[in-house]
Design a protein around this ligand. Structure first.
Ligand SMILES: [Zn+2]
Length: 258
């Protein structure tokens, strides 16, 4: 069981060592911005490291939207992050499920997802596994509720897309963590990464505020059970810096076993 943390991008391997992490996830550019990633001086080190590397794509990316001025740059930005993620030997590039605007037909959103992957597949692929992550909020999200996730997978499944299950997002998004691994796998056939997070907010609140595993509103035994049954690597995206995350990693290792 590989367990790691989302860390600052400056010295990710040092951050991994401080947390005794087997894996790290970080951003390659400002998560709220549209800038393409810059080449990293530590790319060869990251590629050769025993520590598994995952890259989180910027939050601004929305492959579903009907707004051309967001959707087209989103495709370009995802592709540039995919190239940079491949440079650092990433095992996956995580991107949120996106949404359409109020009043739009969400079927268009799923079709926009399909087109995004079809276009890249036709020109050689992303060059790194892309994992779609479930999200917590919004009424028009493609990957908050699993009825929509199933429709999204009908659109993109054939392109070999991976899935990242975030426990905070599922809980806050209104999907019960009990038996969630089976329910996800019935839809996607796979779970490639777990984001093991507590939640500061209530079930189905639609709010995305992560908490440490022993705190918050999620029974930590449910998160442990998700990690145990998913059989996928784990990243904690929890607060509290080195201490908070090292505690969460140790908590999972103690209870899940290695
Ligand atoms: Zn997450």
């Amino acid at each position: 069981m590989r367990i790691g943390a989302h860390v600052d991008a400056t010295n990710p391997l040092d951050e991994a060592a401080l947390r005794k992490a087997d894996a790290v996830q970080f951003f390659l550019a400002d998560p709220q911005g549209w800038k393409a990633p810059q080449p990293r001086a530590d790319a060869a080190q990251l590629r050769g490291s025993e520590v598994d590397v995952y890259i989180h794509a910027p939050y601004v990316i929305n492959l579903a939207t009907t707004n051309n001025r967001i959707r087209i740059p989103s495709r370009k930005l995802l592709l540039s992050h995919a190239g940079a993620a491949a440079e650092v030997g990433a095992k996956g590039l995580i991107v949120h499920g996106g949404h359409v605007n109020a009043g739009d037909d969400i079927a268009t959103g799923f079709d926009n997802w399909r087109k995004a992957f079809a276009q890249v597949a036709a020109s050689g692929g992303h060059g790194v596994p892309v994992f779609v992550e479930n999200t917590a909020g919004g009424d028009n999200a493609c990957a908050r509720r699993f009825d929509n996730l199933a429709r999204l997978w009908d659109a993109v499944g054939e392109y070999g897309v991976g899935f990242c299950l975030d426990t905070c997002h599922a809980h806050a998004g209104g999907e019960d963590l009990l038996d969630i691994v089976d329910r996800v796998k019935a839809i996607t056939g796979r779970i490639d990464l777990i984001h093991a997070n507590g939640s500061k907010d209530a079930f189905d609140s639609g709010r995305d505020r992560h908490d440490n595993l022993a705190n918050g509103t999620i029974d930590p035994d449910l998160v442990v059970e998700v990690v145990r049954t998913a059989g996928a690597p784990v990243i904690v995206e929890t607060p509290g810096g080195v201490d908070g995350q090292a505690t969460d990693i140790a908590y999972l290792r103690d209870r899940v076993g290695r």
